[in-house]
Ligand binder design. Structure first.
Ligand SMILES: [Zn+2]
Length: 232
């Protein structure tokens, strides 16, 4: 596949569209495909996982032309990204805010690092789908109608694909990460559950705990392939 020369990797050569605004008013950006959308790849719905934005951006910057089949969202939660918080600017864990049949009110516990206890609490939102970023992402998915969505996260080091689809198995084989059918704990109101209820398969691609150099070496090339050619 043809890639831009390395000297040009400093910028993204195409302008995104704006699919909404965050709570703080930051544009929610999508880089649209040149053809029919088959996959949507998004990063940083958790603001303290900036490596997902960096890796996806680095992949996008290597393409010679917009992906024919993939839409790209570099930051689904830009307020959290600039503040370094998992949730959005209102303290809502967006990945527990989607309007699913299992959405639950009440605090959401998470751990700051893999070694910490699950003792930090966030909100799932005042109601299901209450947040600007959640509503905008739902609107984008309904508009794009992708055949699958790849949600980038870190650092659980697995490919979570309840369907064990061709695409999920390809990512697992290509990265060496284990393919799992769930992450081992309940995730009410998650994007993945919402997608499943809409009939849209969601593959959660969890980077390992890794240095920037290791991500560039081992995962950016996988993202480049996902954007540059149709895997399924
Ligand atoms: Zn995450």
């Amino acid at each position: 596949m043809n890639l831009r020369p390395r000297q040009e990797w400093g910028t993204i050569p195409w302008a995104p569209d704006i699919y909404g605004r965050s709570h703080l008013g930051i544009p929610l950006e999508v880089w649209r495909p040149g053809g029919t959308c088959r996959i949507l790849v998004f990063a940083a719905i958790h603001g303290e996982e900036p490596e997902t934005t960096f890796a996806l951006s680095r992949a996008l910057r290597q393409l010679t032309a917009p992906s024919l089949h993939a839409a790209v969202v570099l930051a689904a939660n830009p307020d959290g990204l600039i503040r370094g918080t998992r949730g959005n600017a209102r303290g809502v864990e967006l990945n527990r805010n989607f309007p699913t049949t299992d959405w639950q009110p009440g605090p959401v516990a998470h751990r700051s690092t893999l070694d910490d206890p699950r003792d930090v609490t966030l909100s799932p939102g005042a109601s299901a789908g209450s947040e600007a970023e959640t509503k905008a992402l739902i609107g984008l998915v309904h508009e794009l109608r992708p055949k699958a969505v790849i949600a980038l996260h870190a650092p659980l080091a697995c490919v979570d694909d309840p369907n064990e689809s061709v695409l999920g198995r390809w990512i697992a084989a290509r990265t060496g990460l284990p393919l799992v059918r769930d992450v081992g704990y309940p995730t009410p109101g998650s994007f993945g559950t919402w997608g499943a209820e809409q009939g849209i398969p969601v593959i959660t691609y969890e980077f390992p705990l890794a240095t920037t150099d290791a991500l560039v070496r081992e995962h950016v090339p996988v993202l480049v392939e996902l954007l540059a050619r149709r895997v399924t």
